[in-house]
Design a protein around this ligand. Structure first.
Ligand code: AMP
Ligand code: GLY
Length: 433
C-alpha cells in the first residue's frame, strides 16, 4: 500500500458533476492533499485543482496518467467506472496495484450495477426490502401472469445501470404488462434484459452514507433529496433538484434500526461473501411507518446529497480516505457540523427533457454566504458556460433549515443564465408552516 505518511497525497478524482465539485472542494481543504487532479472535472473543480481531459471509463489512460503524475490515491466519484471494474483493473496491474482506489471492486459495485443481485444479497442477509420477483426473456409469460395478480401501484426496475431512468412505477396492470415487455424487449438496452418486479412501498425517503474499509464503517451525515422537477415533488424524475441535511425524522430510534438491521448486516454480508469494498455505500432508504426499508444501494455518494454532506463533515477527507485504504477506519471518529446545510439546483430550461447547452452563466461572483457547487458547467476563456442539465448546486449553512434555504434562494437569484429554473419549495415539507 502506497500511503505516503509524510508527503501527503497526490490525488486523482474521477467525475465531473456537483458531487465531484463538493468532493474536490473538501479534498482541497486538506493539508494532506499536496496535488489534486480532476478528470474530466468542470469549471468549478478547476478552482480546487487541475482538470485533466481524461475519460474515466478509459482505464488504460487513467492508469497511464497515474503513473506519469505520481498519483498516490484514486478517488472514484461516479458508479460507471466502478461497475465496469476500475478497482480490479488497478489491482491486476503490477505498476498500479499499490495505488489505493477509493471505491469498491467490481464484485462490490454490483450492489448498484444489478438490482436483481442486490435484492438477492438483501434476502441472503435478512435486510428489510420490498418483496420481489425477477423476470427475463425466458419467463416473460410467467411475468405477465404474475403482474395481473399484484396490488397496484407496482414497481418495475431494469436490472442494470440505466442512467437513473430504469425504475418505472405503474398505476395500472395493462401499463405494467406493457412496461415489462418493453424493458425485456430492449427499451433500456441490455440493462433491461432482466427486470425486477417489486412491491410498492409508501413512505418518506432518505439517504444514508457510509464509508467502509471492508470491515469497519463510519456513518456520514444523512440527507434527503428532491427528485422531481416540479414544485410539490411533481412531474418527471431528475438526477435531484435539491437536498437537505440533517433529516429531522431520522431520530435516535430510527438510527438504531438503520444501523442494526441495514448497515451492519450489509458490511458483514460483503465481508462474509469475500467482496473487497473500500469506499462509499449509499443506502437509499424509505421510512414506512416507523420502520426503515432499503429501496436501493449505490456504490458511490449521491448527487446532490454530497453537496450538503461534505460541507457538514468536519473530518479531514484525505485522512478518512487514508484510513479507509489502510483498513483503520475503526480509529476514526466522525465529527459533524451542527448547522443545517441545504442545496438548491439551478437547472437548464427543459431539463430533464431536451435542453440547450452553452449558455453564459453570469453573477457567480456575486454569490455571498453560499457555496456554488458546479455540475454542468464548462470554462471557456474567462466565461463559464452551461454544459449540462443540472448546472449549479447552491449550498448554504443555516442555524435551521429555513435560514439555510433563505440564503440559497437569495444567491440562486443572483446567478443568471438563459432558461434557468429551480424549485422554490426544497425542504418545505420538513419545515413547520
Ligand atoms: P432507484 O433508481 O432504485 O433509486 O429508484 C428510483 C426511485 O423510485 C426511488 O428513489 C423511489 O422514489 C422509487 N422507488 C423505487 N423502488 C420503490 C418501491 N419499492 N416502492 C416505492 N418507490 C420506489
Ligand atoms: N440523488 C440520488 C443519486 O445520486 O442517485
Amino acid at each position: 500500500m502506497n500511503i505516503r505518511p509524510d508527503k501527503g497525497q497526490q490525488i486523482l478524482l474521477l467525475g465531473s458533476g456537483g458531487r465531484e465539485h463538493a468532493i474536490a472542494w473538501k479534498l482541497a481543504r486538506s493539508r494532506r492533499c499536496t496535488r489534486l487532479f480532476i478528470a474530466p472535472g468542470n469549471a468549478g473543480t478547476a478552482a480546487c485543482g487541475q482538470n485533466v481531459a481524461l475519460n474515466p471509463l478509459d482505464f488504460d489512460s487513467v492508469g497511464a496518467f497515474c503513473l506519469d503524475n505520481n498519483i498516490s490515491m484514486l478517488v472514484v466519484g461516479p458508479e460507471e467506472p466502478l461497475v465496469k471494474g476500475i478497482w480490479d483493473y488497478f489491482q491486476e496491474n503490477e505498476a498500479l496495484k499499490n495505488i489505493p482506489v477509493i471505491g469498491p471492486s467490481k464484485a462490490g459495485a454490483v450492489l448498484e450495477g444489478s438490482k436483481a443481485w442486490s435484492k438477492q444479497f438483501m434476502q441472503r442477509h435478512n435486510i428489510p426490502t420490498a418483496g420481489y420477483r425477477e423476470f427475463t426473456g425466458e419467463n416473460v409469460q410467467e411475468g405477465l401472469k404474475y403482474l395481473k395478480n399484484q396490488p397496484l401501484p407496482i414497481v418495475l426496475k431494469a436490472d442494470g445501470l440505466a442512467a437513473g431512468k430504469g425504475v418505472v412505477i405503474c398505476q395500472r396492470h395493462d401499463e405494467a404488462e406493457r412496461e415489462l415487455q418493453e424493458m425485456l424487449g430492449g427499451k433500456f438496452g441490455s440493462a433491461g434484459h432482466r427486470v425486477v418486479v417489486e412491491e410498492f412501498l409508501s413512505g418518506i425517503e432518505f439517504s444514508v452514507f457510509v464509508l467502509t474499509d471492508g470491515k469497519n464503517y463510519k456513518i456520514l451525515p444523512e440527507a434527503k433529496d428532491y427528485k422531481r422537477i416540479g414544485e410539490g415533488d411533481t412531474g418527471p424524475n431528475t438526477g435531484g433538484m435539491g437536498a437537505v441535511s440533517p433529516v429531522p425524522f431520522a431520530d435516535e430510534i430510527m438510527w438504531q434500526k438503520v444501523e442494526e438491521r441495514i448497515i451492519r448486516p450489509t458490511i458483514k454480508g460483503l465481508r462474509k461473501e469475500k467482496i473487497p469494498y473500500k469506499g462509499f455505500i449509499f443506502f437509499g432508504l424509505i421510512k414506512v411507518g416507523d420502520e426503515p426499508w432499503v429501496i436501493e444501494y449505490n456504490c458511490r455518494m449521491g448527487d446532490p446529497e454530497t453537496e450538503v454532506v461534505m460541507p457538514r463533515l468536519k473530518n479531514d477527507l484525505v485522512t478518512l480516505f487514508e484510513n479507509c485504504a489502510k483498513g483503520t477506519l475503526g480509529r476514526v471518529k466522525i465529527r459533524t457540523d451542527k448547522r443545517v446545510a441545504a442545496t438548491i439546483f439551478l437547472v437548464s430550461g427543459g431539463y430533464p427533457g431536451d435542453y440547450e447547452k452553452g449558455k453564459i452563466i453570469s453573477g457567480l461572483e456575486k454569490v455571498k454566504g453560499s457555496i456554488a457547487f458546479h455540475a454542468g458547467t464548462a470554462g471557456k476563456g474567462d466565461a463559464v458556460l452551461t454544459s449540462g442539465g443540472r448546472v449549479i448546486a447552491m449550498t448554504s449553512y443555516g442555524k435551521d433549515l429555513p435560514a439555510a434555504l433563505r440564503k440559497s434562494k437569495r444567491n440562486a437569484k443572483l446567478v443568471a443564465f438563459e432558461g434557468k429554473y429551480y424549485r422554490k419549495d426544497i425542504g418545505k415539507d420538513l419545515t413547520a408552516g
